[in-house]
Design a protein around this ligand. Structure first.
Ligand code: FAD
Ligand code: SIN
Length: 533
């Protein structure tokens, strides 16, 4: 790492320290200086929140073909089968590697054999887990190795603002190359970071919606950055709403893992009527889109704010053994899941679309890679199968590092300009940022939620355009701040989601339109291209 005059230089610059970013850092660390940037603390990622586990074929009764078929079925005809085969084939090996690195996966009593759980859409038990906090266990394991490596430099509380490309610097001959990133430091200075290879591993965009299982960091920054730099995005209309997030007026919408339903929890209304089998023969273990729509439908039909997850059929001993964190977090807000049903609502959970990439995260810009939840490889199609995303993060990290090490990319060494913040007015008030933020999330929840219509999408688009113009004038006239960067990114991603939804004239997987309820016989990916710089 070189540091001079607010300029840093790395061989490999990774934005994001979730599963995708951490494993990429480990894979590259013996080959050069790695910078890994994180806008919060290490635990501020979707990875750290993951509960259920990571999918992989580990049991003799199971088969790769079954996992492939389950993934394809959940994706409703839009999965890229070659990608599914490639990623699913590696599940067992990556789970084993994580175990070897020290991840404390649950095992069967007195054996080294993994305890595998089951989730919706899976035809077999194939989810390796560490109680009900698998993401934290994986994240902490990878982080321990990252912190121990002398070539990896962690920049916590540094926020990436935009990538620097050769086109943006006015070089129009040859291919467009990524040269680095502008970062906002914790004390609000903007520094220039040059890198031979830049990897965006910034996670999803759950914060686009009012109710979400995602932590605050999930504002779609990497997708917005890549889009502004000229990368196409794919399938952004497919937002996965997790069926069971806590409904609690005073609390956050914490997730109640699908593994609870895998172990026997059922969905009921306020009168304790079980309703999931009215919608699908697999009941509570139908694919997520179906279960989320069933809950949404019952809430609307009955005029209720929530439905309930009744975990009592699981039994006290199993709840205490497998779900201690969920149980405790519920007790903290006064709910005893061993003895009473838990109020739940569906909440935005996972972004199936993202920046269009291959499995190695390659984009249309040289030396810029996008991996993990920010990317769309074609694995998930129109709906993600539970616990396939941590697996995708790890496979992408591995492939990305291999692609970088095999590439002949020779970074054009050119002086990178400093961020120009001359001529800005001092900021007077911040209330507009909060108002715009709330307005985007309500607009998306009201008009671009589990059920959509042409008119609602048009309304959303109109409102987002007004907000977008307000943000643009604010962005270029006042000093940049973390909130403002996130708001700008959120508004771009929200608009891309709506535009993608408008392009899909059918209902498929996670995209359900009242005006186009049928699933077309033939359909492809929705790809949006930015105006070329
Ligand atoms: P993340 O883990 O989200 O990491 C993103 C990183 O980027 C963070 O460090 C963030 O701070 C950083 N960042 C973002 N923007 C910037 C910026 N501008 N500058 C600097 N840093 C930035 N999947 C499964 O497979 N199994 C599960 O059981 C499971 N459970 C889940 C439970 C919950 C509650 C949630 C929210 C998700 C769950 N998922 C699960 C999905 C899965 O956790 C995520 O898809 C996956 O962890 C994403 O990893 P990632 O590395 O791509 O991004
Ligand atoms: C869960 O534990 O229900 C989340 C699993 C996932 O999103 O893959």
């Amino acid at each position: 790492m070189n540091y001079s005059n607010s300029h840093l230089t790395f061989d490999f610059l990774i934005i994001g320290s979730g599963a995708a970013g951490l494993l990429t850092a480990l894979r590259l660390a013996d080959h050069g200086q790695v910078g890994i940037v994180n806008k919060g603390d290490f635990n501020m990622s979707n990875t750290y929140q993951a509960q259920g586990g990571i999918a992989g074929v580990m049991d003799g009764e199971d088969s790769y073909d079954a996992h492939i078929q389950d993934t394809l079925k959940a994706g409703v005809g839009l999965c890229h089968e070659d990608v599914v085969r490639e990623i699913v084939a590696q599940g067992g090996a990556f789970i084993q590697e994580l175990k070897n690195l020290g991840t404390p996966f649950d095992t069967l009593v007195d054996t080294d054999t993994l305890h595998l759980t089951r989730e919706g859409g899976h035809s077999a038990r194939r989810i390796a887990h560490a109680k009900d906090a698998t993401g934290r266990a994986i994240g902490e394991t990878l982080l321990n190795h990252v912190l121990a490596h002398p070539n990896i430099h962690c920049l916590n509380k540094h926020m990436a603002i935009d990538v620097i490309t050769s086109r943006r610097l006015g070089r129009h001959g040859g291919s467009n190359q990524c040269l680095g990133v502008y970062l906002l430091t914790p004390d609000n200075h903007i520094i220039t970071v040059a890198a031979t290879h830049t990897i965006l591993a910034t996670g999803g965009a759950g914060k686009v919606y009012h109710y979400t299982s995602n932590p605050h960091a999930a504002t779609g920054d990497g997708i917005a950055m890549a889009w502004r730099a000229g990368c196409p995005v794919m399938n952004l209309e497919f937002i996965q709403f997790h069926p069971t997030c806590l409904f609690h007026p005073g609390g956050s919408t914490m997730l109640l893992s699908e593994a609870l339903r895998g172990e026997g929890a059922i969905l009921v209304d306020a009168q304790q009527r079980r309703f999931a089998f009215d919608y699908h023969e697999s009941g509570e273990l139908a694919p997520r889109d179906i279960v989320a729509r069933a809950i949404d439908h019952e809430m609307k039909k009955q005029g209720k704010d929530c439905m309930f997850l009744d975990a009592r059929p699981i039994g006290k001993a199993t709840i205490q053994a497998h779900f201690p964190n969920i149980m405790q977090r519920l007790l903290d807000v006064g709910i005893d899941m061993i003895n009473e049903p838990v109020p739940i609502v569906p909440a935005s959970h996972y972004l199936c679309g993202g920046v269009k990439t291959d499995v190695a995260g390659r984009t249309t810009i040289d030396a810029l890679y996008v991996i993990g939840e920010s990317a769309a490889t074609g694995l998930h199609g129109a709906n993600r199968l539970a616990s396939n995303s941590l697996l995708e993060c790890l496979v992408m990290a591995d492939y990305c590092a291999k692609a970088i090490l095999a590439s002949s990319h020779d970074c054009t060494r050119m002086a990178l300009p400093e961020w120009d913040d001359s001529g800005l007015s001092p900021e007077t008030e911040r209330i507009q940022i909060k108002q715009n933020w709330d307005e985007i999330r309500l607009t998306m929840s009201n008009y671009v939620g589990i059920v959509r219509s042409d008119e609602w999408l048009r309304r959303a688009r109109r409102r987002l355009r007004v907000i977008h113009d307000e943000i643009a004038s604010y962005y270029w006239h006042y000093p940049i701040s973390r909130d403002l960067i996130e708001l700008r990114n959120l508004s771009i991603v929200a608009d891309l989601i709506v535009r993608s939804a408008q392009q899909r004239q059918e209902s498929r997987g996670l995209h359900y339109s009242k005006d186009h309820p049928k699933t077309l016989k033939h359909a492809g990916d929705t790809v949006l291209w930015p105006e070329q710089l």
